[in-house]
Design a binder for this molecule. Structure first.
Ligand code: ADP
Ligand code: MG
Length: 234
């Protein structure tokens, strides 16, 4: 369970203060699959990175499975992130001249996992995203859809409870974007991952179970979707 309690994030640039998040309260149940939507600059990325322990709020608290993550030291929080949270970025952030396998192994290498175990787990997740055959191709040789699948594999290789994705289909065409959404849905349904995606594509947002809309740093709508992708208010 993820709880945001009165979370405010203010960016100060000179005399200018931007309320990127303004008193956000949000509860995400364990195993939830939700989309954060809203116009550009509305605070979606700020919200996602605050949930993921990467951005300390100006005010308020983020509690993940009972842990107030911003009351931890930064070292403890980094460990908590490594063990509990996976990230996927719009621009993949792969290392171009490493192979798919090496890119996926990287977080495990950084966490001090043994080399055999790095290989085994990286192959496992590449298989899960349907990319086992491309394990030894360099990232730069892969199509954008394949690159994003490598990024998904890297995001889940540390076996996180929570997967956070910032515009994961933003650089992909419609068909490839839908394939990535299908993979995320399987991770949610089969592996019971809690998944939060940011998107401005309402069609893709409707492939999740819940839509949270944010404008000017405030949650203005929070709706669960039924199986036909239609909204119903709670
Ligand atoms: P979104 O992801 O919805 O486009 P962001 O969370 O990136 O929105 O940004 C929300 C607001 O905060 C915007 O007005 C943006 O300009 C501002 N902002 C984001 N990051 C920073 C930063 N590091 N420094 C200053 N202002 C920022
Ligand atoms: Mg953003």
């Amino acid at each position: 369970m993820i709880l945001l309690k009165e979370v405010t994030k203010v960016y100060e640039i000179g005399d200018n203060r931007v309320f990127a998040l303004n008193d956000v309260n949000l509860e995400v149940e364990t195993g939830g699959f939700l989309a954060i939507v809203g116009p550009s600059g509305s605070g979606k990325s700020t919200l996602l990175y605050t949930i993921g322990g990467l951005l300390t709020p100006t005010k308020g608290d983020v509690v993940i499975n009972g842990v107030s993550i911003y009351r931890l030291t930064s070292k403890e929080r980094a460990k908590f992130r490594r063990e509990n949270v996976g990230f996927i970025f719009q621009t993949f952030e792969l290392i171009p001249y490493l192979t798919a396998l090496e890119n996926v192994m990287l977080p495990l290498f950084l966490a001090g996992v043994s080399s055999d175990e790095q290989q085994r787990r990286a192959r496992d997740v590449l298989d899960k995203v349907g990319l086992a055959k491309k394990a030894f191709h360099k990232a730069i040789e892969l199509s954008v859809g394949e690159q994003q699948r490598v990024a998904v594999a890297r995001g889940i290789v540390n076996n996180p409870a929570i997967l956070l994705a910032d515009e994961p289909t933003g650089s992909l065409d419609q068909k490839t974007g839908s394939e990535i959404m299908q993979i995320l849905r399987e991770l949610h349904e089969i592996d019971r991952l809690t998944i939060i995606i940011v998107t401005h594509n309402l069609r893709l947002a409707k492939l999740t179970d819940r839509i949270v809309e944010i404008i000017d740093g405030r949650v203005i709508l929070d709706r669960y979707l039924n199986e036909g992708g239609r909204m119903f208010e709670i």
